[in-house]
Design a binder for this molecule. Structure first.
Ligand SMILES: NC(=O)c1ccc[n+]([C@@H]2O[C@H](COP(=O)([O-])OP(=O)(O)OC[C@H]3O[C@@H](n4cnc5c(N)ncnc54)[C@H](OP(=O)(O)O)[C@@H]3O)[C@@H](O)[C@H]2O)c1
Length: 250
């Protein structure tokens, strides 16, 4: 239920115009948090989501920023503090995958993947840390991937960046304890635009390969984020929670 004008906390969710990020913004807003809806290109979808949240009594604003650009990230953090007065939760969710083998990967491809899928989390944490430290307790949640564990035969840059995010999660958890917990979530195949092409061409084979025989819905990943973002999750830090329908055991 929305909290109306009395917002308990504020969350920044990167990459929340659609997919897992949008479901997370909805979920955290419903739990009473004011939310910053970050996006790269899709102004329409981000504004629509913000309208939906406001119509339900929550507080939200869309903010366009390339999370791979530290200056833009600092602008997003400062604007969030201007509007909501505080930041208690950071969800580093923005990311993208690119289907290519090492033979076809350019150095520019590598640099961009590492910038968006790994360095961006550092930028957001660096910019938000002074505000997170003012809170009695705060949360950082990094959205990782099954590929961090399995590797990828068609996206070494993505898998390497996501593996780096696990090391970053553990290191920040050690550094920022006790008041700030830092955790990661590693989704498997999730029903978002990121998989649209693969699902169109080999959806049946993908579903058959997953023990629970379906993809995750973004709302299922958002529910995990909401738990790790809650006060009750304060004894969990430095962990990676896997949500992959059992495919990693195959
Ligand atoms: N879907 C899966 O199967 C899956 C599995 C494992 C892990 N993940 C991870 O989960 C996260 C969310 O994935 P998703 O499937 O929800 O993705 P998605 O549906 O493709 O949405 C990606 C979101 O990230 C934003 N974004 C991309 N690059 C950005 C940048 N440089 N700066 C700011 N925002 C940026 C997009 O904004 P625009 O709308 O403006 O483009 C969009 O809101 C990613 O980190 C992904 O690696 C996904």
């Amino acid at each position: 239920m929305m909290q109306g004008s009395k917002q308990l906390t504020c969350a920044i969710i990167t990459g929340s115009s659609r997919g897992i990020g949008a479901a997370t913004a909805m979920r955290l807003a419903a739990a009473g948090h004011a939310v910053t809806i970050n996006y790269l290109n899709n102004t329409g979808q981000a504004e629509e989501l913000a309208r939906e949240i406001r119509a339900a009594g929550g507080r939200a604003f869309p903010f366009q920023a390339d999370v791979a650009d530290f200056t833009q990230v600092k602008g997003m953090v400062e604007e969030t503090v201007q509007r909501f007065g505080r930041i208690q939760i950071v969800v580093n969710n923005a990311g993208f995958s690119q289907h290519c083998t090492i033979d076809h990967m350019t150095i520019k491809d590598w640099d961009r993947s590492v910038a968006v899928n790994l360095s961006a989390a550092v930028y957001v944490v660096k910019a938000a840390l002074p505000y997170l430290k003012k809170e009695p307790w705060a949360r950082i949640i990094n959205i990782c991937s099954l590929r961090a564990m399995t590797g990828s035969s068609h996206g070494a840059h993505y898998a390497a960046a996501k593996s780096g995010l696990i090391g970053l999660t553990k290191s920040l958890a050690l550094e920022l304890a006790p008041n700030i917990t830092v955790n990661a979530i590693s989704p498997g195949y999730t029903n978002t635009d990121m998989n649209a092409e693969a699902l169109a061409t080999k959806g049946d084979a993908i579903r058959a390969s997953i023990p629970v025989k379906r993809l995750a819905e973004p709302e299922e990943i958002a529910a995990l984020v909401a738990f790790l973002a809650s006060q009750q999750a304060g004894y969990i830090t430095g962990e990676t929670v896997n949500a992959n329908g059992g495919i990693y055991m195959q």
